[in-house]
Design a protein around this ligand. Structure first.
Ligand SMILES: Nc1ncnc2c1ncn2[C@@H]1O[C@H](COP(=O)(O)OP(=O)(O)OP(=O)(O)O)[C@@H](O)[C@H]1O
Ligand SMILES: [Mg+2]
Length: 290
């Protein structure tokens, strides 16, 4: 009922692209500098990436660079991430690990939904803690729980909400919204109240609303958890073909076998980092002891 309780043109939150689609977002900072033309590139702290950057495939400007520099975080007294150093430039990156290992915390730092206690996260050279709004224009985030990011009363309005700040004409926005809804099998639901969608349809809507913005990097935290087999396959195929940088947190190991790079998170540390085969073998050892 939540969605209909809102006036039709007013989102529930208003703190910046994507963050404003998230009820757990931290407030956006007031300043929004323009992203530098060239990403700031410095040393690969982890230095264990499989492919060292597979090159620019991004829809709007090549694959991005996401860097973690000595990132640590605790929730209250509970340390969750310990001195993470990473430089992520590959096109398709998978993140796997046991429950509670810190994957979602790590992923949320990429667009400022969680701010590190110490260290920095940089996206294309921008410090996420300082320039969250600018970063969120480049990074889309899809949550496990789609209710976290659906903000408008109807399906089409929710997708259009993603484009409200674009310079596209009304007709172009409409065209993009129609295409996105068609792509995700939601064309027949355009005017339906978002709160009446099934869990899986909400997940598809959340993906459509993120991808319609054409982000440079898309971070997905278990995006197919609620989907049936057909839609899981559809979304997985779509994610596989995406021309944008994908950082995918998942427990579905079959999705990781053709990734450019896989990170195994274990007890708040990067326990393995590299091509799928050895990293997934390490994950098995860690979780199953074999
Ligand atoms: N907002 C929060 N407040 C307090 N503790 C939290 C919060 N979010 C996560 N935690 C704790 O941090 C740890 C890591 O959580 P996180 O969600 O990052 O794990 P995860 O690897 O994504 O797990 P899962 O596979 O179950 O999704 C867990 O122990 C969790 O209980
Ligand atoms: Mg998680």
């Amino acid at each position: 009922m939540r969605a209909l309780a809102q006036p039709p043109t007013v989102p529930r939150r208003s703190t910046g692209p994507n963050a404003e689609r998230c009820r757990h977002a931290q407030p956006a900072e007031p300043t929004e500098p323009t992203a530098p033309a060239e990403p700031a590139v410095s040393g690969d702290a982890a230095g264990t990436g499989a492919t060292g950057g597979t090159g620019g495939t991004g829809g709007t400007g090549g694959t991005g660079e996401v860097r973690f520099d000595g990132v640590s975080h605790a929730y209250g007294e509970r340390p969750v991430l310990h001195t993470i150093d990473l430089r992520l430039t590959e096109h398709r990156i998978g993140v796997v690990g046991g429950n509670g290992s810190g994957k979602s915390t790590l992923a949320r730092m990429i667009n400022g939904l969680v701010t590190p206690d110490s260290g920095r996260v940089l996206v294309n050279g921008l410090d996420v803690a300082k320039h969250g709004a600018a970063v969120r224009r480049q990074v889309g985030f899809v949550f496990t729980d789609p209710d976290s990011q659906i903000v408008m009363p109807t399906v089409a309005e929710d997708v259009a909400f993603s484009l409200r700040r674009s310079t596209l004409s009304k007709a172009e926005v409409q065209q993009r919204v129609d295409n996105a809804l068609r792509q995700f099998g939601l064309a027949g639901h355009a005017d339906h109240p978002t709160h009446l969608l099934s869990g899986g349809q909400k997940q598809l809507l959340a993906l459509a609303a993120m991808l319609v913005r054409d982000p440079q990097t898309l971070v997905c935290d278990e995006p197919t958890t609620l989907l049936d087999l057909r839609n899981t396959r559809m979304v997985n195929a779509l994610l596989r073909e995406l021309p944008v940088q994908l950082i995918l947190v998942t427990h579905q190991l079959d999705l990781l076998t053709d990734m450019d790079r896989v990170l195994v998170v274990h007890e708040g540390r990067i326990a393995a980092d590299g091509p799928p085969e050895p990293t997934l073998a390490r994950y098995h050892e860690l979780v199953l002891g074999s």
